[in-house]
Design a protein around this ligand. Sequence first.
Ligand code: ATP
Ligand code: MG
Length: 330
Amino acid sequence: MDRLLTGLQPSGSLTIGNYSGGIRQVIDYQKTYETFLFVPDMHATTVPQDPEALHKNIKNAVGLYIACGVDVNLDNMHLYIQSENLYHANLSWILECMTPFGELTRMHQFKEKSKNKEGFSSGLVTYPVLMASDILLYDAKYVPTGIDQKQHVELARNLAERFNERYKGDFFQIPEPVIPKIGAKIRDLKDPSKKMSKSAENTKGTIFLLDCEKDIRKKIMGATTDSDGIIKFDEENKPGLSNLLTIYSVFSGMSVEEIVEKFQGGGYGDLKKALADLLCEKIAVIQDNYQKIMASGVIDDALDRGREYTNAIAKEKYELIRKTVGYGRI
Ligand code: ATP
Ligand code: MG
């Protein structure tokens, strides 16, 4: 079985954007590939985190993965926490030493996240290398992600190729990003020029999977659209409306064309009301599962199994790489 790997930072509570670009794809592919689904808690500390909130977000994230439909009973599903495996950071160091600094400061996400910020951490610059290490340690072939992380997966590809070339061997599998056709960039509801993010300062444009029904309705009804009143999918000229159509598609399974047809001739209010109903219904099911999962021992059991399995793979790969670069004794 080829390997698929992805992770969602516990830098806040998960959003419908994270569902669309990350979790949804894992669910679609979990029976086809050996799946490595982890919580990159070390990525979250690239910006300051409250330790208690971080612990809570880690557990909540795993609870939500399972509540959304990640099947921990599959033998080929491995759920684990990044910081419970010391090899991620160790391999990252080796790869960092092969990455020109300018390659990292040119990354879109670094530029965005460091904009107008003084004193940002070095980790904010180097974390894409840690992400490359997360991927390469397991020889993952497929990396499901939203469009925002595509560049980071490309860095992982480049680093794998660079290493294989420099040390003359097939040390690492070359990974590929897997980007969904629809819903690869869910936009902020208030400011559709931005992507929806769990760590956004203003949460009015973000729908969290743990939001209550009242908040979901309020956020959808207050979403920014345009004034021409025509239901049409046009991301460039009608980003707000197109975003609502996209979210509708992700949660209903209908194509955007079918949705445009369904709401043709009606006002934006009708579409928003129907979308709010749809989201409330789907999210209620997730939240119901979530309550049951959080009250059970499923999460810790799965994480213990995942830690053991993934540590063994990572150790073997790291030992090979460590010797290959010349560290330690012969
Ligand atoms: P942060 O604001 O802390 O960076 P985030 O919401 O961007 O959080 P990440 O943990 O960085 O979430 O990303 C987790 C996964 O979710 C990645 O695969 C990413 O591509 C995907 N993702 C994040 N935001 C969106 C979005 N708005 N639309 C689609 N996919 C998204
Ligand atoms: Mg992000």
